[in-house]
Design a protein around this ligand. Structure first.
Ligand code: SF4
Ligand code: ZN
Length: 340
């Protein structure tokens, strides 16, 4: 099988059949996590809405993305979205930072219709200081954003999954639908409207060696930092039904070392211009997530979180463990196909 045919077959397999109303009334997940707004440490209220999901996941999908399993297989009705929102608001305790995800694009009308979007933004207006939502770049238009800006009393942050500024990495390895320039231009449009723009960068897409992956993030931070207010480095974790999982199961992919994330953050800190640089890894320390040897993972993850919240990256240089030498050997020998 070629990577292209794997991508098409996993895209087909992971899309659920149209869901009954009962499941469409319930959001996918909700939790509270540590965050920061400037130098203020604040709790963030995170909500994953259940929608039809990302249209690109139907067509081909990105090689690391398994979010389609959390979608409805059809558009949610305004009434279903309103019920999801009501359930979420019952758990909202005035957290200053609110992040809303949809397993796709909040600004795609097929996922969240404009009226439901406005209702959600209105319900957090004057309560949250900052409201984040994620979207593909083509939906980040003045037409979609202006009514939300006018509705929300506070700061809106638009997150874009740029992943990499290398067009080849983005199209061939990650399988994104648009080139990096579209993400950069979307960031410009968002900021021109007076909103915050955030970009997610992917650490270690498939088919890159550990060292190439660090270089890819390093270059992406340097090239994107002047176009965004914040950059978040997301190390790959293995999601079900993805190309990355297909490779992982055959021993052809290892999630990134936490040492690679530390290196990317330390290097990125000196190339990030005025942008905030953060990383809050998913599945950190687990076999299917970014990990080291198992003994140092909790310490390294704690230091990464602290650096992300404080924006002080110096202490990352004090971390050490015996496994660091193995990681360094991997960087040296992996391009030669030699097992470290
Ligand atoms: S990563 Fe984003 S663009 Fe790619 S398939 Fe997943 S939701 Fe869609
Ligand atoms: Zn270790």
């Amino acid at each position: 099988m070629t990577p292209g045919s794997i991508a098409r077959s996993v895209a087909h397999d992971r899309r659920p059949p149209p869901a009954p109303t009962e499941s469409a009334r319930r959001y996918v997940n909700q939790w509270v996590e540590p965050e920061a707004i400037g130098s203020d440490r604040v709790p963030a209220f995170v909500l994953i809405l259940r929608t039809r999901g990302c249209y690109w996941a139907d067509a081909k999908g990105c090689s690391m993305c398994g979010y389609a399993k959390d979608t409805l297989g059809r558009s949610a009705t305004p009434a279903e979205l309103a019920e999801q929102l009501d359930r979420a608001l019952a758990r909202y305790h005035e957290e200053p930072y609110v992040k809303v995800y949809t397993s796709g694009s909040f600004l795609d009308d097929r996922e969240v219709d404009p009226e439901s979007r406005k209702a959600l933004v209105e319900s957090f207006s004057g309560r949250a200081r900052r409201l984040l939502f994620e979207t593909l770049p083509e939906f980040a238009t003045a037409e979609a954003l202006t009514p939300l800006k006018e509705t929300f009393e506070g700061e809106i942050e638009v997150a874009l999954g740029l992943e990499s500024t290398d067009p080849l990495v983005l199209s061939r390895y990650i399988h994104k639908n648009a080139p990096p320039t579209e993400y950069l231009h979307a960031g410009d449009r968002v900021r021109a409207l007076g909103l915050r723009a955030k970009a997610y960068l992917l650490l270690k897409p498939p088919y890159l060696s550990e060292g190439e992956a660090i270089d890819d993030v390093r270059r992406s931070v340097a090239e994107a930092s002047s176009r965004f207010d914040a950059l978040s480095i997301n190390p790959v974790h293995i999601q079900n039904g993805t190309v990355v999982e297909w490779l992982f199961r055959r021993g052809r992919y290892r999630p990134p070392w936490l040492w690679s994330l530390v290196a990317a953050l330390r290097d990125g800190a000196s190339h990030r211009a005025a942008a905030r640089l953060v990383s809050f890894p998913t599945a950190g320390g687990l076999a299917r997530g970014p990990h080291n040897c198992g003994r140092c993972d909790a310490t390294v993850l704690g230091a990464i979180e602290e650096a992300s919240l404080s924006q002080e990256f110096g202490p990352l240089g004090d971390l050490d463990c015996a496994c660091r030498a193995r990681w360094e050997a991997t960087l040296d020998f992996e391009p030669l196909g030699v097992e470290a």
